[in-house]
Design a protein around this ligand. Structure first.
Ligand code: IMP
Length: 200
C-alpha cells in the first residue's frame, strides 16, 4: 500500500519531527497556511479539531491532523494548560519559573490531543499525557518549549537532555499517536492492508 499522505495543521517543526517519527509509513507535511483560526476552545480537543477542520478546508484530498498540547502545573492550579501557547510571550520558560518561585508543588504534566480527519471526513482521536516535575534551571538542547525544565517521572534528566529519540517513543505526543493509530481503520494504515477492519 502507498504511504498515507497527511497534513499536520501546525507551523511547529518540532511537532512535525515527532509525529513523523511516531508514524512511520505516513507521509506528513506541514499545512501550507498562514491564517490559522485563533485557538479559542476550552479544551485541547476543541482546538485540535478546529485545526484539523481548517486544514481539511485547504487540503481536502489528504488526511489532516490537528494537534493541541500544553503543560499543566499542579502548583499553579493546572495553568497554563490549554492556554500554554499564549503563555509568557517570548519567554514562556522564564515566566513559568518566575510564577513557580516559592511554590513547593512542582508536579506537572504534558497533554497532547490529536484529531485526524480522513479524506472522507471521518474523525479519529488520540490523547496522551506525560507526568513529571518542573526543575529550577533549564538543561539540555533538544525538544522544544518547556522541555529544558521538565523532568519526567522516573528520570533525572530533562526532556531536552533525554532528547528527540527519547521523545519519539515516550512523549505525550508519541502516546497520543499510539492511541490514534489503533483507531484508524486497518485498511487505511500504511502497510497494514492485510488486517481485518475492526468492527467496533
Ligand atoms: P499549541 O499546541 O501549538 O497550542 O502549543 C502548546 C504549547 O505547549 C507550546 O507553545 C509549547 O510551548 C507547549 N508544549 C506542547 N508540547 C510540548 C512539548 O513536547 N515540549 C515542550 N513544550 C510543549
Amino acid at each position: 500500500m502507498e504511504s498515507l499522505r497527511a497534513r499536520l495543521c501546525s507551523k511547529n517543526e518540532g511537532k512535525l519531527r515527532e509525529l513523523r517519527a511516531a508514524l512511520p509509513g505516513w507521509q506528513i507535511e506541514l499545512l501550507d497556511a498562514d491564517d490559522y483560526p485563533p485557538e479559542t476552545g476550552d479544551t485541547y480537543y476543541e482546538n485540535a479539531r478546529g485545526k484539523a477542520v481548517f486544514g481539511r478546508s485547504l487540503a481536502p484530498d489528504v488526511w489532516t491532523i490537528g494537534e493541541d498540547s500544553g503543560i499543566e502545573v499542579m502548583g499553579l492550579g493546572g495553568r497554563p494548560g490549554v492556554h500554554s501557547a499564549r503563555f509568557g510571550g517570548d519567554d514562556p520558560v522564564g515566566r513559568l519559573l518566575a510564577e513557580l518561585d516559592g511554590v513547593d508543588d512542582r508536579r506537572a504534566r504534558y497533554v497532547c490531543e490529536l484529531v485526524a480527519l480522513s479524506p472522507e471526513g471521518v474523525e479519529h482521536r488520540g490523547t496522551g499525557t506525560l507526568d513529571g516535575r518542573i526543575v529550577d534551571d533549564p538543561r539540555g538542547s533538544e525538544g522544544f518549549g518547556y522541555d529544558p525544565i521538565f523532568v519526567p517521572d522516573g528520570e533525572q534528566r530533562t526532556v531536552a537532555e533525554l532528547g528527540n529519540e527519547w521523545k519519539r517513543t515516550n512523549s505525550h505526543r508519541a502516546r497520543a499517536t499510539a492511541v490514534l493509530v489503533t483507531r484508524v481503520p486497518a485498511a487505511a494504515r500504511p502497510g497494514r492492508s492485510d488486517e481485518p477492519t475492526p468492527t467496533s
